[in-house]
Design a protein around this ligand. Structure first.
Ligand code: PXL
Length: 291
């Protein structure tokens, strides 16, 4: 008998009412790629945190209730994908979630959201860093930025890094557990109008570099968009460089759709306008393997 099936993704992120980040990105991206997203919301915010004066409802207790029910139902997830977490306790809950729902042929993606540009985000504590260091050990794929990579490795943050240092950083992170380490938004240059994504795949010891357009401005949610597209691509069996290239092109198109229109960048990028691109035939263009 042929049984139609749909792959499921447990998505553990906050939901923000305005300013597209986290679940409001992960749900449309992964759904339009044909996956069933099962949201486990960590918090409800009025807007993303870049707006400053936002309301914040912590959902830690509710997460535990939802997980209890999901355990009773014996649910299975083809992927587990976590992002912004509200507290040290929530990281522990995600750790327990991964331990409980672990299965063969599963993809575990952890975006270790902690900070950016050399600083911790407001809501992050030193205990958060310690528990995130533990959580990444259970992931197959992690997507830190350079700030998060430095925090996870207890090394100094530098804004500009050489390729050889990046390779050391990715290898060191991979040695903690994840097979794939992806670092985005590296060495952005206004002059060259470029920024880069680097990745390491320990399964075949390959390093990858993707060159991206750099358009200035703070567009929250680009990291979530990137990690969501990469998760979907890896789940559908794309190679790592194809997944990275598709994610970068999708962000670039969604950003260009708004750039110069006068819309507030804090509202996020125009993923809705480009969801059809995620299932269109794809022509990879910028990835290179580096020695
Ligand atoms: O994109 C990461 C993110 C997730 N969740 C919230 C955010 C942000 C970035 O600004 O504000 C609430």
């Amino acid at each position: 008998m042929i049984r139609p099936s749909i792959q499921t993704v447990a998505a553990i992120h906050d939901i923000s009412g305005y300013g597209k980040v986290s679940l409001t990105v992960a749900i449309p991206v992964l759904s339009s790629m044909g996956f069933q997203v099962c949201p486990l919301p960590t918090a409800v915010l009025s807007t993303n945190t870049e707006y400053g004066d936002f309301s914040f409802l912590n959902l830690t207790d509710n997460m535990e209730e939802m997980i209890k029910h999901w355990k009773r139902l014996n649910l299975r997830f083809d992927a587990i994908y976590s992002g912004f977490l509200g507290s040290h306790r929530q990281v522990e809950i995600v750790q327990d979630f991964i331990n409980h729902f672990k299965q063969e042929q599963q993809l575990v993606v952890v975006d270790p959201v902690l900070g950016d540009d050399g600083h911790l985000y407001n809501s992050m504590s030193p205990a958060m860093i310690d528990s995130m260091k533990e959580l990444i050990k259970s992931a197959d794929v992690i997507t830190p930025n350079l700030t998060e990579a430095a925090l996870l490795l207890e090394s100094d943050y530098r804004e500009h890094v050489t390729e050889s240092r990046l390779k050391d950083v990715m290898k060191a992170l991979s040695e903690k557990g994840p097979e794939i380490v992806i670092i985005s938004n590296v060495n952005k240059s206004l002059k060259k109008k470029h920024t880069y994504v680097y990745a390491y795949n320990a399964a075949n010891e390959t390093f990858w570099k993707i060159t991206c357009d750099y358009l200035p401005g703070n567009y929250p949610g680009t990291g979530d968009t990137f990690a969501s597209v990469v998760t979907g691509c890896l789940l559908q069996g794309d190679s790592l460089p194809i997944a990275l290239d598709r994610a970068v092109q999708f962000i670039s198109t969604s950003l260009r759709a708004l750039y110069g229109t006068g819309r507030d960048p804090l509202a996020g990028i125009a993923v809705e306008k480009n969801l059809a691109n995620l299932t269109a035939p794809f022509r990879p263009s910028t990835f290179e393997m580096i020695e």
